[in-house]
Ligand binder design. Structure first.
Ligand SMILES: [Zn+2]
Length: 255
């Protein structure tokens, strides 16, 4: 109830003109959205920024430009959904560039070993998302590989919306779960086979696990859709149904 009232109060505020100019200048796909989706995105961004804390790390000062750019991309994932507003993510830690994180490995005999790994993003099931700002910014300039760390990490957040991350987000019914499991499972298997034969039709990182397959194909869907469609028309169609059509063809999808 308090949250509802708080959101209503946030939404009574006009969308700040400084934030609007960030969207228009820095978020390339924003201007291609139909006006009603632009307004919906603004609303979601207001709620996102009203509820999430941003913490600059490694000497970074988080600016409004950074907050709006990150929020816009996270909220894009839910633009055609009833939004969850990513309840598991309360804090975003932003580093200037790649950061060192601890990777936990369980060795034979149950010995737990922690080793440092370099990352540009991380998503935790409870509480936070960690991002490298230079990787966030690089995605604005259309990385030809289709990488987009914000979409990737917030796909993990959606994945965790119905329990521990398993590569399957919250879906509407059993038939949708069955389709998702069948389509994604078959495509992941095909990717692993292709990699075994030395061929990488998409980023090999997708083959790591079902959650990474969902996160990487999410990046491809928004950033290099033709590459995803060429790899798997079925995965493309599944994600199109889940995320909604991309801006150029999105007008009829509002009905
Ligand atoms: Zn990941």
């Amino acid at each position: 109830m308090f949250r509802f009232l708080r959101r209503q109060a946030v939404l009574r505020q006009p969308f700040p003109t400084a934030w609007l100019s960030v969207l228009e200048r820095e978020v390339p796909w924003y201007v291609h959205l139909p006006p009603e989706l632009q307004v919906r995105l603004q609303t979601r961004i207001q709620i996102f920024l009203g509820e999430k804390a941003f913490v600059g790390c490694g000497g970074l000062e988080v600016t409004d430009r950074m907050r709006v750019v990150i929020a816009a991309q996270a909220c894009r994932l839910e633009l055609h959904h009833t939004p969850t507003h990513f309840p598991d993510c309360q804090t975003l830690f932003v580093y200037p560039g790649a950061f060192v994180s601890a990777f936990t490995r369980v060795l034979p005999g149950g010995v737990v070993q922690q080793e440092p790994v370099i990352r540009v993003g991380e998503s935790w099931h409870r509480g936070s998302v960690v991002l490298a700002w230079d990787a966030v910014e690089a995605a604005l300039y259309e990385d030809p590989g289709g990488r987009n760390v914000v979409l990737h990490e917030f796909a993990h957040q959606l994945d965790g919306g119905d329990g521990p991350p398993d590569g399957v987000p919250l879906l509407r019914d059993r038939a949708a779960y069955a389709r998702w499991t069948r389509v994604m499972g078959a495509a992941l298997e095909r990717l692993r086979r292709a990699l075994w034969f030395g061929f990488a039709p998409i980023d090999p990182y997708a083959a790591t696990s079902p959650p990474e397959f969902f996160a990487v194909t999410t990046e491809l869907y928004f950033e290099v859709p033709e590459q995803l469609r060429a790899f798997s028309p079925d995965v493309f169609a599944l994600l199109e149904d889940y995320y909604g059509a991309l801006p150029a063809a999105s007008s009829q999808l509002l009905n």
